[in-house]
Design a protein around this ligand. Sequence first.
Ligand SMILES: C[S@@+](CC[C@H](N)C(=O)[O-])C[C@H]1O[C@@H](n2cnc3c(N)ncnc32)[C@H](O)[C@@H]1O
Length: 565
Amino acid sequence: MEDHNESASTGRRVANKRKRETPASRLAAKSGSRTASPSAFARRTPPRDPDPTQDADDGERSPPRKLKRPGAASRLVAIDREAIERERRQRDEQARQALASQRQSSAVEQVAQHYNAVPERGRAWRDESSQIRGLRNLNNWIKSTLIQKFSLPEVPTPHLHVLDMACGKGGDLGKWEKAPQVPSMYVGCDIADVSILQARDRFTKSGAQQNRSRFARRPPMQVEFYVHDTFGRSIAELSIVPRIGFNPNTGPGPNVINGAPPYGGFDVVSMMFALHYSFETEELARGMLRNVSGALKKGGRFIGVMPDSDVISSKMKELLALENAGMSNVGGSHSKDNGTSVLSPGGDEEDREWDPENPSEPAANINRADDEDEWDPEKPSEPFQNLQNGGDSDDWNPEQPSEPGLIVITSNGQPGPGDAATGTSVTEPTELNLPPLSWGNAIYNISFPREQILTKRPLPRDGIFRPPFGWKYHYTLEEAVNAPEYVVPWEAFRALAEDYGLELMYRKGFRDVFLDESEDRELGMLAERMKVIDRDRSKGRNGLLVNDAEMEAASFYHAFCFYKT
Ligand SMILES: C[S@@+](CC[C@H](N)C(=O)[O-])C[C@H]1O[C@@H](n2cnc3c(N)ncnc32)[C@H](O)[C@@H]1O
């Protein structure tokens, strides 16, 4: 931005110079008059570029140059200089863009590498040896529930087309084979190439395919897999997509149709446990939505599960408030032995016995009222500028450590009110020195760096993530995930999705999905088959086979369904 302004003013300087150079001004320059234009003219002359071979000190020691009356030669020098400056700015801009895309692609690669490295251990291991099998079963049942509830089109179609935009190792293939209408075409994409190979392998060997006799009366499901970055690149690049139908012009903008593909299109787009990777930047989030919306038929459904920003906001507010009240979580710890421990400021462990009979337990009543997100999806900001400048009013100003609630330390490292009396600036924000803000239990952990490295923003005390992109945290889940993720501020996401013709039909936290949907006869029986609930409901807590630590980890997520208008 600064460069740009500088550029504009440099241009103006040269133009003014030409216009004002009159005989009178030349005369005045000769006479050395202070009021006439020449001295003003001299002031307008751009400062000389420092000699790169001299350091600043040398420059200061040199005697000041005598200003000469500018002639044609110096005008040419000024023009040359402007051209050089323009080139320099172009080079800087190219370097900035290269750095930005490098950073973006390295983050994408990091995610791909992580998932590539997660071993495919097979069903037997998952059923018998996994430490989080209750959670795995619950997650799988919730994904099946979305497929069962939302994949059947309102207008019957002989050929159901499904696009999975982050299919991983193909864990949902079996769920689609049991959908109310088996897709005639399932297209699975993922950025992780090893995962795609494993998915292909899984499908080839799958019981679903081998035992097709079980589904003998059902038409076979055709499956295609692609290694593809479905946030950073258009899915129109995949050979199958234009054949099924795609609208590349969906989304906001003056000349843009907010519509479905001109022909065909997908009936369902699925994105399970993956959308949060797209909220690294606005560009990626919009790229993801362009793909979702461009692929969907009118009336098509966009289903998925992802971390719930309301859970993150309320936990962050709670922890920062406690910290502010003097209960620093420096030295906090959480036990790996106790399945229900929560890392809290001061290292206190809260026991969270979740009672399926009592959904009004505090953590179940997630505050969903943080709708004050002022980010406007109508005004797409320039990629990266938005992030790097941190929006406008949200910018953390290192010159103002007196922001309400910010802890300060004195120069001797002791907590104190600052040194206004002496007028010396000895205060520093200690927030940056604190360990990451984290919570979790024996099986999962969420950890927010104090200062968001990329965006230079402090963690929001009001729990509102604004602007909504680039809020990075580290997520670990025993046996499964250990990777950076990004907050998806719900209201901003919903507003952005609307811009792409996607209207919300369903949104529920995982606890509530379980409580509400397991009441349904079919889905309740499915929960039994998928070992979420024991057939014998008198066992344990109403037969629930998900322990407290697992239920707490699951509550970090919510499920959604949008339909394409
Ligand atoms: C937690 S896994 C979920 C996999 C699968 N949907 C499931 O539910 O088992 C997240 C997946 O998102 C994929 N992913 C992340 N960023 C992606 C991108 N830009 N394009 C495509 N896939 C991506 C990862 O490679 C990974 O397989």
